[in-house]
Ligand binder design. Structure first.
Ligand SMILES: Cc1ncc(COP(=O)(O)O)c(C=O)c1O
Length: 318
C-alpha cells in the first residue's frame, strides 16, 4: 500500500517547482549578502534582485519599478486593496465604498472586511451569474449610485475554484468613466491565460510565484504589480521610497550635504568668509573645498557605477 506513488493534481493550490527555479534557488541559497548593504556582497545580492525584477516586468508587460515583491499572493492582495483605499480616502474622505465581486478569494475578502471594521469602509459585494461571472449591470448600477464615494473596485481575473475568467476589460471601462482604480487578483490567471499589466488598464494586479512552478509554498515569493502613480503606496512621501530602501545611503547623502555646507559655511575655518577675510577681493571658495567632493573615496559616483546593471539585463520595454 505504501508503495503506491502519489500523484499531485491540485495545481490550483500550488505547483511543483520547475527545474529552472530549483536550480536558480539552490545557486543563490549559497550566496550571502544583504541587498541594502553598500559593500560588494550587498551589491551582488541587489543585482540578483533587480535583474529578477526586470525579467518579471518583461513577462508581465509592466515597468520594473511597478513590481513590488511580497511574501505571496495574500500579502500582495492586502497591500493592493488597503493601499488603494487609504490613498483614495486621503484624496477625498468621502471615498469609503469598496466594490468587489462576491467570489473573491479570502486573500482579498479578509482585508476588505478589515477595512470595514477598522477604517470605516463600506463593502458592496457584487453578485455573479451561474458561471461565477460578475454581473456588469449590477456593477455599473453600484458605481452610478454615487461614483464620488467609490474608492476602488476589486475583481479577480480568474476564479480559484471554478476557473471562471472575469470580464476585466469591461470592469476597467466602467471604472475609467469615473477615474476609479481597479485591482485584480490574477493569481490563478498567470500562466493559464494571456496576462498583460499595461494592456489590461488595471491599477494593481496580484500574482504569485508558487502557482507557476516558482519556489515552494513554504517560501512563497509573490509580487504585486502596480502602476499609474504611487496610488497603492499612499503613506510614503514622494521620493521616500529610495530612502526607505537605502536608509544608509540616504543618511550618507544627508551627512555629505551637511559636511559640504559645513565646510563652505561662513563660520568655519577655511570657509568662504574666512578666506574672504584673509584675502578680500579674492576667490570666495577655496580651490580645495571646491574639488574635494570629487576626490573623496569613491562616493557617490563609484557606488552608482557598481550598481549599474549590464546592458543585457536592462528592461527593453517600458
Ligand atoms: C485567487 C487567489 N488569490 C490569492 C491567493 C493567495 O496566494 P498565496 O497562497 O500566494 O498567499 C490564492 C491562493 O490560493 C488564490 O488562489
Amino acid at each position: 500500500m505504501n508503495d503506491v506513488p502519489t500523484v499531485y493534481l491540485d495545481h490550483a493550490a500550488t505547483t511543483p517547482m520547475v527545474e529552472a527555479a530549483v536550480e536558480a534557488m539552490s545557486t543563490h541559497l549559497h550566496d550571502v549578502g544583504n541587498p541594502s548593504s553598500l559593500h560588494a556582497s550587498g551589491r551582488r545580492a541587489r543585482r540578483v534582485v533587480e535583474e529578477a525584477r526586470e525579467r518579471i516586468a518583461q513577462a508581465l508587460d509592466c515597468r520594473p519599478g511597478e513590481v513590488v515583491f511580497t511574501s505571496g499572493g495574500t500579502e500582495a492582495d492586502n497591500l493592493a486593496v488597503k493601499g488603494l483605499y487609504w490613498s483614495r480616502r486621503a484624496g477625498d474622505p468621502r471615498r469609503r465604498r469598496v466594490l468587489a465581486s462576491a467570489v473573491e478569494h479570502h486573500a482579498v475578502l479578509d482585508p476588505l472586511h478589515w477595512l470595514v471594521e477598522h477604517e470605516e469602509a463600506e463593502l458592496d459585494l457584487l453578485p455573479v451569474d451561474g458561471a461565477g461571472r460578475v454581473d456588469l449591470a449590477a456593477l455599473e448600477a453600484a458605481v452610478d449610485r454615487d461614483p464620488a464615494t467609490v474608492s476602488l473596485l476589486s475583481v479577480m481575473w480568474a476564479n480559484n475554484e471554478v476557473g471562471t475568467v472575469q470580464p476585466v476589460a469591461e470592469v476597467v471601462a466602467i471604472a475609467a468613466e469615473h477615474g476609479i482604480p481597479v485591482h485584480t487578483d490574477a493569481v490563478q490567471a498567470l500562466g493559464a491565460v494571456p496576462l498583460g499589466f499595461a494592456a489590461s488598464g488595471v491599477d494593481a494586479m496580484t500574482v504569485t510565484g508558487h502557482k507557476v512552478g516558482g519556489t515552494a509554498r513554504r517560501r512563497r515569493p509573490g509580487g504585486a504589480a502596480r502602476a499609474r502613480g504611487d496610488r497603492a503606496r499612499p503613506r510614503r512621501r514622494p521620493g521616500a521610497r529610495r530612502a526607505q530602501r537605502h536608509p544608509r545611503r540616504a543618511r550618507d547623502r544627508r551627512l555629505r550635504r551637511r559636511g559640504r555646507a559645513g565646510r563652505q559655511g561662513a563660520g568655519r575655518p577655511g570657509g568662504p568668509a574666512d578666506a574672504a577675510a584673509r584675502a578680500p577681493g579674492r576667490r570666495r571658495t577655496p580651490r580645495r573645498a571646491r574639488r574635494r567632493p570629487q576626490r573623496r573615496p569613491g562616493r557617490p559616483v563609484a557606488r552608482q557605477r557598481a550598481l549599474r546593471l549590464p546592458p543585457a539585463a536592462r528592461a527593453t520595454r517600458c
